[in-house]
Design a protein around this ligand. Structure first.
Ligand code: NAD
Length: 420
């Protein structure tokens, strides 16, 4: 993504801009609105780790609980060099709105550690995870705040989160974290849940636009958990993925990538770089490619005022959180591009996490078909709820989703009251 525009606005400012548009439309009391805008709690921790060569690193970590009116905080843990307090704050707020849009009984939380997992050994990652968990132990728990995977954190990392919590509490608390390996209480279908939800969003968007995924030309930025699963689902129904991009660069194949082969390549090599069945292109060429669907599935601020004009697509499905800046929203709206916003589009992940948490509490496990069917039902219902609200409030999809979410949290907050 364009380096110059990473700070077009910060992720939290991008969230605030949309939030206040929704507040205006709802005509919420301004004082009351200030409560829901700000995080309830932020924890900044230092995470000392003895590295393999014996030297000590002190990583900085965060856990933010944005709002817990509708339920315990819920949100992933990100390990990345770009993690910052502002980013984690934004991601936590997006979780609040996302859980409200798809109506799962959670609030919004998020965590992150500033580190570069690509340069760390498995042992260093494990020690970082465990020390970070002990630092945030006081505020997480199955009824308080439930972490999950995000950028650069896997089911293995969730297993360490679970184990560290269990060792300290001396109790079995499967619901303290979601996205766990299936053998230790993880849910069938959780791994692919987010990409699956993005696929359902794309399918519903195609329906309202009078088109189809079969034969659609698709470009995907980010080929990690979300991007690769989304690609596989749409590939399986006849879409052609003509370009992919990740941290290592961008690639084009006009006939469409063979996604199972590319997915296997990335599983082995971590990045798309070196995959033979495609030509390397520049970021500008990637953004300029004509396609039917563009799926940003990497990081924030991918679509900015710098590149939005060059994007030629009918539909954007936001697999990533916060990929589009407010300035870019205006340009995409002018171009008539149908954007399925992050807080709706990638909610399949949190629905999958919710289903895992429910199974953990029941001591039951459901098969993959049941889990994916339930995610599909939630995504279809939520997509059309937002689509209808867009007409009712004369707003783009993103603001319509914020309106529904903010209203839902505000209604509960009104009933509960401010307390003292
Ligand atoms: P991941 O770590 O599995 O994959 C991230 C991908 O983004 C990788 O392919 C990486 O190479 C690419 N990437 C990183 N920096 C990039 C850059 N500067 N330019 C281009 N590509 C870059 O992470 P993920 O879990 O797939 O998450 C991706 C996005 O989806 C994030 O915004 C995350 O918050 C969001 N999300 C994830 C989930 C989930 O369940 N994992 C749920 C909802 C939303």
């Amino acid at each position: 993504m364009p380096e110059d525009h990473k700070d077009e606005v910060t992720p939290f400012e991008a969230m605030q801009a949309r939030y206040w548009m929704a507040v205006e439309k709802l005509d919420l009391d301004r004082g009351f609105a200030k409560i829901l805008e700000q995080p309830e709690r932020e924890l900044h921790v230092s995470v000392p780790v003895v590295m393999d060569d014996g030297h000590i690193e002190v990583f900085q970590g965060y856990r933010v609980q944005h709002n817990t009116m509708r339920g315990p905080a819920k949100g992933g843990i990100r390990f990345d060099t770009n993690v910052s307090s502002d980013e984690v704050r934004a991601l936590a707020a997006w979780m609040t709105w996302k859980c409200a849009v798809v109506d799962v009984p959670f609030g919004g939380g998020k965590g992150g550690v500033i580190c570069d997992p690509s340069s760390m050994s498995a042992g260093e990652l494990e020690r970082t995870t465990r020390r970070y968990v002990t630092r945030i132990m006081d505020i997480i728990g199955p009824d308080r705040d439930i972490p999950a995977p995000d950028v650069n954190t896997t089911a293995q990392v969730m297993a360490w989160v679970y184990d560290t919590y269990a060792m300290h509490t001396r109790q079995w608390h499967a619901g303290v974290v979601t996205g766990k390996p299936v053998v230790m209480g993880g849910s069938q279908g959780r791994e692919e849940a987010t990409g699956f939800g993005v696929y359902i969003s794309a399918r519903e968007a195609c329906k309202v636009k009078g088109t189809s995924l079969d034969g659609a030309r698709v470009t995907v930025q980010g080929f990690g958990n979300v991007g690769s699963w989304f690609s596989l689902f749409v590939h399986n129904v006849g879409a052609k993925i003509i370009a992919v991009g990740d941290i290592s660069g961008e690639m084009h194949n006009d006939k469409g990538f063979d996604i199972p082969t590319l997915k296997e390549y990335v599983r082995k090599h971590r990045v798309i770089e070196g995959f033979e069945d495609g030509e390397v292109i520049s970021p500008d060429e990637f953004y300029g490619l004509e396609c039917d669907i563009f799926a940003p599935c990497a990081l924030e601020n991918a679509i900015t005022s710098d590149n939005a004009d060059s994007i030629t697509t009918k539909i954007i499905v936001e697999g990533a959180n916060g990929p589009t800046t407010p300035a870019a929203d205006e340009i995409l709206k002018r171009k008539g591009i149908h954007v399925v916003p992050d807080i709706l589009c990638n909610a399949g992940g949190v629905v999958g996490s919710y289903l895992e948490w429910v199974q953990n509490r029941q001591g039951m496990s459901w098969d993959k078909e049941t889990v994916l069917r339930r995610i599909e039902e939630k995504m279809v219902e939520s997509y059309h709820k937002v689509y209808d609200a867009r007409e009712r409030y004369d707003a783009i999809m993103r603001i319509a989703a914020y309106i529904l979410a903010v209203k839902s949290v505000a209604d509960v907050a009104t009933l509960r009251g401010i307390y003292a």
